[in-house]
Design a protein around this ligand. Sequence first.
Ligand code: ATP
Length: 468
Amino acid sequence: SEKNFDTIVALCKNRGFVYPGSEIYGGLANSWDYGPLGVEFKNNVKKAWLKKFVQENRLNVGLDAAIIMNPQTWVTTGHVAGFSDPLLDCKSCKARHRADKLIGDVHPEVNVDAMSFEEMDAFINEHEDVVCPVCGKHDFTPIRKFNLMFKTAIGVTEDSSSTCYLRPETAQGIFVNFANIQRTTRRKLPFGVCQVGKAFRNEITPGNFTFRTREFEQMECEFFCKPDTDLEWFAYWKDFCKNWLLSLGIKEENLRLRDHEPAELAFYSRATTDIEYAFPFTDWGELWGIADRTNYDLGRHQEASGKSLEYFDPDTNEHYIPYVIEPSLGADRVALAFLCEAYDEEVLTDDKGKEDKRVVLRLHPALAPYKAAVLPLSKKLGEQAMPIWQELSKYFMVDYDETGSIGKRYRRQDEIGTPLCITVDFATFGSDTEEGDGCVTIRDRDTMEQVRLPISEVKDYIEKKIQF
Ligand code: ATP
């Protein structure tokens, strides 16, 4: 992509979307804090997901489970034994790397996700062109397993009996609550459970800004259905997820659906597709993993807990463990995709032929941090403009700015994606000699066109604009 990622990151840092975490102490590798604009924006992303997946969806309900779960959960799922990255060191410069990444960077034609750690070891030994990106040597230690779960301890004694983990995915909180939710909501299959929450992974090579971090948020749905209807629902959710992205402004040409090949599939999965996005720093990056996980998770939890997780089907009088389709999306990662998609620079020419660059964040209005900005043409109009802000701020996040020329103020709002600017001028309220028209001027971020509207109609106008 021709978009410059560094420029987008700089805008995020300078305008208060994202700051380096604990910056005054020199930061903490790849931790990021969402600033005043970032928190609004990311909340809007999560709200947009919940709106389409829960509020407007008759099939789904919500959940907010604990981050620290009974550690047996992660034994059952295989995370304790096998949720690991293949780690190796360069013997020459001591730099630490992920073997799958080293191979993938030099040999994009091989499917590293389908390789075992032993196969990666062998591949690296046979291929002299796989070298350390730091010093350029081909001299590595053997691969060792590095578990990605963050360990902590509960209570006062730090022995193995108190070991517990920060969840590496939100999904398991849903599976362990399956029976509770089914019973209390009296749902029949199919139905889904949706959750937004933090997940933690001790990634060896985090990076590319908020694309891969050790602490991140996931938006996951576990959709339970009858066995043998799973592939139909798999297709349904693939479409649904893609449409969600398109309806929020992601362009079709920047999306790719990548089906996992049989060798790459987890052994319990019947089908998996990644929705990938054309991030400016790589060719394609995974955005959304959609997997048919069969009855594996509930089956394992039933076996390990001794509690029945079977469903009684009143239509067929059968007991069975439901199948599950899991669309799993990173909130930070999709937020980054929306930012990359929205960033735009255009050259404007004024009446005198002078050229000027305009930076615009063309965010979908539903995602924009501020829905509108109230801009009194002169500071003298502040007293009259402020009540307009006060009224609108009951319904939306609205900015107020009275400093600098109106042109500069428009540009500041363009840069942070504010869809509408509301200008209050001397005609709005009139003067001693002239009656005001009670109207304000509304300028559109994308077209820069202006309309004049009665103040009483502004709220509805904004409401319509942010519909999603
Ligand atoms: P990757 O191959 O990029 O490590 P994954 O296949 O391990 O990802 P999943 O376990 O399927 O990822 O997680 C589901 C989603 O959660 C991903 O599609 C991504 O959007 C998000 N995600 C996973 N790991 C991270 C991370 N370290 N930082 C930010 N988002 C993440």
